[in-house]
Design a protein around this ligand. Sequence first.
Ligand code: AMP
Ligand code: MG
Length: 316
Amino acid sequence: MITKNIQLAADKLKDGEILAIPTETVYGLAANAYSEDAVKKIFDLKNRPNNNPLIVHIKSYDFLQNVALDIPDAAIKLAREFWPGPLTLVLKKQAHIPDLVTAAKETVAVRMPNHPMSIALLEKLDFPIAAPSANPFGSISPTSAEHVYHYFKDNLDLILDGGHCEKGIESTIIGFQNNEAILYRHGSISVEEIERVIGKIKIMTKNETAPEAPGMLSKHYAPSTKIFLSDDIHELIKKHSGKKIGLLSFDKQIIGVDILHQEILSSTSSLEQAAYNLYSALHRLDSYNLEVILAERLPNVGLGKTINDRLERATK
Ligand code: AMP
Ligand code: MG
């Protein structure tokens, strides 16, 4: 059922069941973060490997001490600046957080979401919500209730409908080593914005990522149609001529070539608007029975880095 009834959603979570919830980033599959049994249902439905930890969503800054300890000053600064919002902090965990939530690590990923429905839902609960994106493992993240329904149909009882996600792309994940801040995942808040608050941070390269941020797989966020990415979209089109082509471009319509569908992420060249539209455009292109999706790399600044990161992973 797709509903706007927040009380119904709260009752379901209290009963140890799972459901989909809207956030400002993407839709999440939610469970009581303190219940290993409830959280297991998320892994089963998503087909998500156990070594891929979940983000714990809390209702307030003050609730943070219930899930994390020894919080670095830089983390406090970032939380004060960006919460509620699309910033996930990886912190030392409180012992009672189940191993399944954290992939048996000593750390927990936590954020305070900024969506009126998820905040109202958390207000009705005395436990935090563990929630990964509401898609089968590895596929494109959902940014609307319809995307979630399309994936899970009747295998999921309840989808809380909060409209199209305002940001449309996942949270930025920051961890700490010896009190030094490290970017684990590009997200809705750009590196530049983070650095404005706490100064230069370390960007974890793909090879370093594996042990520290399990689940940051190089292949992820992928449509089922094969996707290719390039700075030179015309070259790419030439290479694939004769095929059933779908095009994903940043801000310009490509004319005079034989393509079946084109998605333009932002005709005003706004990276924020491009992030908002990215997954919806990929969902649409994936539904047209194309042979290939050809994508244009975005300018590599601000949210452009996040979008390029997602497109890069989609091509693997
Ligand atoms: P999702 O909610 O599907 O966007 O995935 C959450 C991501 O958060 C995972 O893929 C992990 O990479 C990251 N994450 C969650 N918990 C931790 C943790 N304790 N340490 C490092 N990364 C984490
Ligand atoms: Mg995900």
